[in-house]
Design a protein around this ligand. Structure first.
Ligand code: DAT
Ligand code: MG
Length: 151
């Protein structure tokens, strides 16, 4: 099933110059970039994005981290995109993330784990609508689609 998911390169990923490396992995895997922008997340948007964690002890440092500098937001489309992007990201704690995953290759600690990705189709829908309006999302064909998918 072709679906869309929301992905964000967090402030540490931007500051460390990892944006190209991370986007490249998704492009090479065959994901289609349907939307992309750089922004500094306002506090309120950060709170809404992570509202599931608002009672956790790490909520305050998480919010400070995510609003500490610009991020790159993306909507990616592909077969089973939510689960596949999560598998490419690796475990939340980079020390548990497998080599070959983004966190397993590029990060050290949970509080600086370089990337966010939606964890279910419901969160994907919610997060895409939170970060993008309809004019920022695009439909187009990749010329390699005939070879990425069976007909
Ligand atoms: P993920 O980002 O893998 O979806 P999550 O949604 O459980 O993980 O948590 C969101 C972010 O919050 C995570 O990327 C880093 C931070 N975080 C999660 N668990 C934490 C913990 N136990 N201590 C510190 N920060 C944590
Ligand atoms: Mg999450």
């Amino acid at each position: 099933m072709i679906e869309r998911t929301f992905v964000m390169v967090k402030p540490d990923g931007v500051q460390r110059g990892l944006v190209g490396e991370i986007i490249s992995r998704f492009e090479l895997r065959g994901f289609k970039i349907c939307g992309m922008k750089m922004m500094r997340i306002p506090r309120e948007l950060g709170e809404r994005n992570y509202e599931e964690h608002k009672d956790k002890p790490f909520f305050k440092p998480l919010l400070a981290y995510i609003t500490s500098g610009p991020v790159i937001c993306m909507v990616l489309e592909g077969e089973n995109a939510v689960a596949v992007v999560r598998s490419m990201m690796g475990k939340t704690n980079p020390q548990d993330a497998m080599p070959g995953t983004i966190r397993g290759d590029l990060a050290q600690v949970t509080g600086r784990n370089v990337i966010h990705g939606s964890d279910s189709s419901e969160s994907a829908r919610r997060e895409i609508n939170l970060f993008f309006n309809e004019y920022e999302l695009h439909e187009y064909q990749r010329p390699d689609e005939g070879w990425l998918f069976e007909e």
